[in-house]
Design a protein around this ligand. Structure first.
Ligand SMILES: Nc1nc(=O)c2c([nH]1)NC[C@@H]1CN(c3ccc(C(=O)N[C@@H](CCC(=O)O)C(=O)O)cc3)C=[N+]21
Length: 297
């Protein structure tokens, strides 16, 4: 039995952040100010607060300015839209990220639509989604772009490969499919209504699992030698009473003997998401200032 490679997303992300930091220094020299990222967090969800803190820390470590805006759950939609308008107009702010999900009384689509597409470092605005779909230069959602970077690093040219994306969200599944199509993969998007998911997955050279169901992709579904990117970050009860642990959407222990390579959870796609967020912020800052972004980002 052969054992596949575990892709070190944490290491790759650290390398990307170091590259971003170099570009940030060059930007600061040329522009006379640092690139700035504004993160808006609504409500008190402890997990979201942890992510926002970690994003802020890495933003500063990359040499950028971090602006954090915490608002109570009770904030009205108009007040949130006013804040976004302020950030749109603030020249020190190159990137705006509104942490999702938002409370139920707020219309998420309206909030995303209010963000200046040039500052939409999540790539969630319809203008950016549309540009991605027609192959124009766009700000691309961080998680799928991070997945693509890991895939190209592992496989090189992806042209002609059979890719199956499990999940059809606007945040991961759909943009992932667009990126793989752009790389000339043959792309299938599977989802909760897909019939016989096991055999759909079994034809894939590349599997990207982004469904949010703990270990739902089984080892024997994987074609021998396929590369698997596990986007899921699911908190499940640990053996020890009262503790939890993180698992992905793929049953990794089973899959490892089928794959060429697979991303772990944690330490795979998660760290890439944050590194690409910093990359997107630098790219947005350069574009807004008419400065060339560093090559190879
Ligand atoms: N507008 C918006 N953009 C986002 O990008 C966004 C968001 N909203 N809402 C929440 C999700 C979640 N998210 C993660 C980023 C990094 C890790 C990450 O680095 N995870 C570590 C583990 C962290 C842990 O131990 O809990 C890992 O996988 O190794 C996880 C989750 C970005 N999100």
């Amino acid at each position: 039995m052969t054992i596949g490679k575990i892709i070190d997303g944490k290491l790759f992300a650290a390398g990307l952040r170091a590259q971003v930091a170099e570009g940030v220094a060059a930007f600061a020299d040329a522009a006379g100010r640092k690139p700035g990222l504004a993160v808006v967090l609504v409500g008190e969800d402890p997990a979201s607060a942890v992510y926002v803190r970690s994003k802020g820390k890495m933003t500063v470590e990359a040499g950028m300015e971090s602006f954090e805006f915490k608002r109570p759950d009770s904030i009205g939609q108009e007040d949130l839209l006013d804040l976004i308008e302020e950030l749109n107009e603030d020249d020190r702010v190159d990137g705006i990220l509104v942490q999702l999900p938002l409370p139920a009384h707020i219309n998420e689509a309206a909030v995303i639509a209010a963000i200046d597409p040039a500052k939409d470092v999540d790539g969630f605005h319809i203008a950016n989604a549309g540009k991605l779909a027609v192959g124009e230069k766009a700000l691309v959602p961080c998680t799928p772009l991070g997945c693509l970077m890991l895939l190209k690093d592992e496989l090189g040219d992806l042209s002609g490969l059979e890719a199956v994306v499990i999940g059809r969200s606007n945040i991961v599944g759909k943009p992932m499919a667009q990126l793989l199509l752009q790389e000339s993969c043959t792309v299938t998007v599977a989802h909760s209504r897909t019939k016989d998911l096991a055999s759909v997955v079994h034809r894939a050279d590349i599997v990207v699992a982004a469904v949010g169901r703990p270990e739902m992709v089984k080892g024997e579904w994987i074609k021998p030698g396929a590369t698997v990117i596990d986007v899921g970050i699911n908190r499940v009860p640990a053996l020890e009473e009262g503790k939890t642990r993180l698992v992905g959407d793929v049953a990794t222990a089973e899959a490892i003997s089928h794959v060429r390579a697979i991303t772990p959870v944690p330490g795979g796609v998660g760290p890439m998401t944050i590194a690409v967020l910093l990359r997107n912020t630098l790219v947005a800052a350069c574009a807004r200032r008419g400065i060339a972004a560093p090559d190879g980002l």
